[in-house]
Design a protein around this ligand. Structure first.
Ligand code: HSE
Length: 437
């Protein structure tokens, strides 16, 4: 039997503790699957005295994760510290340079430094595995990198943030406030240390940038993502969406268009009957459209200690099964040096349907003026209704428009025009509609 795989873990928060527990509890089965023992021989965390309710066994303690990465007697370095810079980046880089395999769940790190780190891993002939970085426990990286070889991907989109989906689901189902739902998500351990990363779309953007690179063979482009979060989604939007046959989801979408690649993160209306609209709570889902296979939808737990630990342990097991001298596949599906430059499509060229909610003065001519601005910008309307909203007063009314396919530029011009006309009482709300089956 092969020698034991020696594992060093840096970061013993919710995920790190879950990984330790799973490795301990499933040790016998993992040995059967991998043909060798998987042993944690070194650990590092900020606070040595904290009770983590998991045994650290005989693992050597390191105060400094970089020292662990460089000096510990390990085969695999597992980074669960988090953050794009500092200890996470320094330790992963040090581990790869020292010729150790790395497993990480750190989407911020990969989004920012993934290509450079992949170049080191590929040069050193070691694995850099990161299944946990995107959509928690869903094996989407493996699916895209391995199972879909030979397919050409045209669009990948999904619910990539459990916290946002949890909030939107509860707001819709229970009529609860945004703040109350966010507090529960934090209590349950779904949210990032800084929850603005979840609700303003940053976390989804990090994950999307990684999927885009694998889907289209391009260098990761975290700064070229259009981003809107969910903090301005109100009960009025959720109710209007339901009446029109839609549900609001925070989606990350990467799509090939004639002018380049669109990467966008924003609240999105999806048809209530579509499969992705049935994804509730903390569950994530990723839809992948390809030329050969058609559409594939993967869904499963996307946040929390167990979901993430499942992916991390799977990545460690893959390393345990690999053999010295075996040529590993490239980290992002193509050799890092051969990833193409990213060509960004302008958001103003985005084509699709739009939901527009306007709070207007209740006076003659307003409806006509709105319709004229739409016509002037060649926007064809699917529906325009004066909505009987509970928030309406005797002086104000809600007007809801749904457009046929048009462009972002046309909608922005039309809405700017309506704002200038002076009929609006409140900020206009614009939500994009995404095609989904
Ligand atoms: N905060 C993230 C989420 C955790 O809510 O999905 C997983 O990245």
């Amino acid at each position: 039997m092969a020698e034991a795989l020696r594992i060093g873990i840096a970061g013993l928060g919710t995920v790190g503790a879950s990984v330790l527990r799973v490795l301990t509890e499933t040790a016998v089965e993992l040995k059967r699957q991998c043909g060798r023992d998987l042993v944690v021989t070194a650990v590092s965390a900020r606070d040595r005295s904290r009770d983590r309710a998991v045994p650290l066994g005989a693992a050597e303690w390191f105060d400094d994760p970089v020292e662990l990465a460089r000096q510990a007697d390990i085969d695999v370095f597992v980074e669960l510290i988090g953050g794009a810079e500092g200890a996470a980046h320094d330790s992963v880089k040090a581990a790869l340079e020292a010729g150790r395999h790395v497993v990480t769940g750190n989407k911020a790190l990969l989004s920012r430094h993934g290509v450079a780190l992949a170049e080191i891993a590929e040069r050193k002939g070691v694995l850099l595995n990161y299944e946990a970085a995107v959509a928690g426990g869903i094996p989407v990286i493996k699916t895209m990198r391995e199972s879909l070889a030979g397919n050409s991907i045209t669009r990948v989109f999904g619910i990539l943030n459990g916290t946002c989906n949890y909030i939107l689901t509860r707001m819709e189902a229970e009529g609860l406030s945004f703040d109350a739902c966010l507090k529960d998500a934090q209590r349950l351990g779904y949210a990032e240390a800084d929850p603005t990363f979840d609700i303003e779309g940053q976390d989804t953007a990090h994950k999307l940038s990684i999927l885009t690179s694998i889907a289209f063979g391009t260098r990761i482009a975290p700064d070229d993502i259009y981003m809107e979060g969910i903090s301005n989604i109100s009960q009025a939007d959720i109710r209007a969406a339901a009446e029109l046959g839609y549900r609001i989801k925070l989606l990350g979408v990467a799509q090939k268009t004639d002018s380049g690649i669109e990467q966008r993160v924003h609240p999105t209306m999806v048809p209530t009957a579509s499969v992705i609209a049935q994804v509730h709570g903390v569950t994530n889902a990723v839809a992948i459209e390809t030329d050969i296979l058609g559409e594939l939808l993967l869904s499963g737990p996307g946040a929390g200690g167990n979901a993430t630990a499942s992916a991390v342990v799977g990545d460690i097991a893959d390393i345990a099964k690999s053999r010295p001298g075996f040529q590993h596949g490239p980290v992002f599906g193509r050799p890092a040096k051969e990833l193409k430059p990213y060509k960004k499509a302008r958001m103003r060229s985005h084509a699709g349907g739009y939901f527009i909610r306007l709070t207007v003065y209740d006076r003659i001519g307003v409806f006509a003026a709105i319709a004229k601005r739409m016509a002037d910008n060649e926007i064809s309307l699917e529906s325009i209704v004066q909505h009987a909203d509970g928030l309406d007063s005797s002086d104000s009314k809600t007007v809801i428009l749904v457009t046929h396919e048009t462009t972002e530029a046309a909608v922005r011009k039309a809405v700017d025009g309506i704002t200038k006309d002076g009929h609006l009482i409140d900020k206009p709300q614009v939500i994009r509609i995404e095609r989904a089956d």
